[in-house]
Write a new protein. Structure first.
Length: 152
């Protein structure tokens, strides 16, 4: 059991740029792709993810000073910064819970296929960050400002 946990910890420590291609390669092989096609798919997705991360790093490094200069010139003091979906995706794939969540999604899909409640697997790992960030953001919003949910 310690060996399995050591492997998971190593993958998580390697970061999302390594974790995502490995997971996609494994899932591709589970669904019957040859190792070369599964690896190529995982590698392609990993390269795309690395590109998104590079662009986000570039934007935050270069847009930050420009935004500060704009605030100084215009006097606009905004309380939020919209960084887009790429930042949330990077945080999600770097999260320690992602390995557990992926296997849970796979398990649910396999169970639904076995009990014939569905005829296709619905696994969208590229959009998993929406699911993994909804609860923490909601909890933070409700607890930080004493807001209440009012149903009409």
């Amino acid at each position: 059991m310690n060996i399995v946990m050591d492997v998971f910890n190593w993958l998580i420590a390697a970061g999302p740029t390594v974790l995502l291609p490995v997971i996609i390669t494994i899932i591709g092989m589970i669904f019957g792709l040859r190792i070369d096609k599964a690896f190529k798919s995982g590698l392609t997705l990993g390269i795309g993810f690395a590109g998104i991360k590079l662009i986000l790093d570039f934007m935050t490094t270069n847009v930050g000073p420009a935004a500060k200069a704009m605030v100084e010139r215009t006097g606009a003091h905004l309380t939020a910064l919209d960084v887009g979906w790429g930042s949330i995706a990077a945080v999600t794939w770097a999260s320690p819970i992602i390995a557990i969540l992926i296997f849970a999604i796979l398990a649910v899909n396999i169970v639904l296929l076995i009990i014939k409640r569905t005829s296709s697997a619905r696994i969208r790992l590229t959009l998993i960050f929406g699911t993994t960030t909804t609860w923490p953001l909601s909890a933070s919003w409700f607890t930080s400002s004493r807001r209440t949910l009012r149903l009409a």
